[in-house]
Design a protein around this ligand. Structure first.
Ligand code: ARG
Length: 459
């Protein structure tokens, strides 16, 4: 087998080493980026006078043919194709002959692999961003549909205070908004051209790097060739982003798994996002949500794996870095499935307002009772204590907190008057919270509008 770099070797690799070293079976996914990079580099070589314009034309023509082969699924891999870069160059040679051997002048697979990965990731980021937006849109629409449904808000998974369903759901819309901001921010650091850095020391041919950046659509050019070939920070950032985003999806999934259980019955997950059991005919499981939650493990694992792989590497490029691609690809694949699945689940779920109402514990109105006493002039600490005693009594009597007659309240404090019962409804409890960010109707409408604006304007 002839390797691209075979000249100084008298023996070939053992078959197992070959297999161990090859990355073609996964980095073949970079074919389009690799061809784009090579097209631009061929032009840059001609501009620098390293090859003639005619030779550049021949190279571009050949690369176009290779592109068509990949696009039409006709590209034939050979056993000697170590990675996507060598595969393309090998095929180019078969198509255009000796001139193919000029394409790699001054270029290394180190700057080439870095360029391909960045180009590829930029394109994936555009798709991921669009999927995040679609999930936000599903959330905004569903929040509107069930805007005024009141449900228990939880802390410690214990009923805490009444909130709007829309308020709960929009909380995820805001998490995703930050995810989108983080994605935009890190994109600046992905959008940097490494090509023209050579193996590590730079390009000796006067390659016009601004021309390359322009041709390939990169916003910036790496300033240090050693940094450029060894930098994988942008992947660490991206995988961190993915881990955070998938973690958000996982928490949404967990909420919905709980809310859709029989014990809760707050929501129903559409059949289209559920599966059955091979044994129990009655079962309908929210596998969509469980898989979102479950796949979070691998996404977090990929981040840990990448950081661990990088941590001890001497500068600049080391072959260890070839291990950056599988976690990256798998992470992108996982997010590009999980985001639309989550959007579909949200878009199709239905809410059972009366089941929710029936499940609500009147003890959630204890804070209202304390606030009531505060409105009558009692310091909050004392009110808190006193209401604690009332709650204890209600538990003893097994009676809802709001069902006591006025005289019963008055046994605890003379501050209670006839208006006390009007304070003790879940709706009123929610609607009193009108401060910015609260669950009161006007406040939720305000944040709903704000988020919608951010999503529709894509900012
Ligand atoms: N397949 C390699 C990678 O992904 C390409 C770079 C190889 N460079 C080298 N000097 N062996 O990292």
């Amino acid at each position: 087998m002839t390797q691209l770099w075979g000249g100084r070797f008298s023996e070939g690799m053992t078959p197992l080493m070959h297999q161990f070293n090859d990355s073609i079976y996964f980095d073949v996914r970079l074919w389009e980026a690799d061809l784009d990079g090579s097209m631009a580099y061929a032009r840059a070589l001609a501009r620098a006078g390293v090859i003639t314009e005619e030779e550049a034309d021949i190279l571009q023509d050949g690369l176009d043919q290779v592109r068509a082969e990949f696009a039409q699924n006709r590209f034939e891999l050979k056993a000697s194709d170590e990675d996507i870069h060598t595969a393309v160059e090998r095929r180019l040679g078969e198509l255009v002959g000796e001139v193919a051997g000029k394409l790699h002048t001054g270029r290394s697979r180190n700057d080439q692999a870095a360029t391909d990965t960045r180009l590829w990731l930029k394109r994936q980021i555009a798709q991921l961003r669009a999927e995040v937006v679609k999930l936000q849109q599903a959330i905004i629409a569903k929040a509107d549909e069930y805007f005024n449904v009141i449900m228990p808000g939880y802390t410690h998974l214990q009923q805490a205070q009444p909130v709007r369903f829309s308020h709960w759901l929009l909380s995820y819309g805001w998490m995703l908004q930050r995810d989108r901001e983080r994605l935009d921010d890190l994109t600046q650091r992905v959008d940097v051209l490494p090509l023209g850095s050579g193996a590590l020391a730079g390009n000796p041919l006067g390659i016009d790097r601004p021309f390359l950046a322009e041709a390939l659509g990169f916003a910036a050019i790496s300033a240090n060739s050693m940094d450029a070939v060894g930098d994988r920070d942008y992947l660490v950032e991206f995988l961190s982003w993915a881990a955070i985003t998938q973690m958000h999806l996982s928490r949404l999934a967990e909420d919905l798994i709980i809310y859709s259980s029989r014990e809760f019955g707050f929501v129903t997950i559409a059949d289209a996002y559920s599966t059955g059991s091979s044994l129990m005919p009655q079962k309908k499981n929210a596998d969509s949500l469980e898989l979102i939650r479950g796949k979070t493990g691998r996404v977090v694992g990929h981040l840990t794996g990448l950081l661990t792989m990088l941590k001890g590497l001497p500068s600049t490029y080391d072959k260890d870095m070839q291990e950056d691609k599988e976690p990256l690809f798998d992470t992108v694949d996982t997010l590009l499935m999980s985001l639309p699945i989550a959007a579909g689940v949200v878009a199709t779920l239905t809410v059972d307002a009366s089941r929710i109402y029936d499940s609500m514990d009147s003890a959630m109105l204890a804070t209202e009772l304390a606030d009531y006493l505060v409105s009558k002039g009692l310091p909050f600490r004392q009110a808190h204590h006193l209401v604690g005693e009332i709650v204890r009594k209600a538990i003893e009597l097994d009676q809802p907190l709001f069902s006591f007659p006025l005289a019963a309240y008055q046994q605890f404090s003379p501050l209670f008057e006839r208006d006390v019962h009007s304070w003790l409804t879940f709706n009123r409890a929610a609607d009193r919270r009108t401060s910015l960010g609260g669950t009161g109707e006007s406040a939720v409408r305000e944040q709903w509008e704000a988020l919608r604006r951010l999503v529709e304007e894509r900012v």
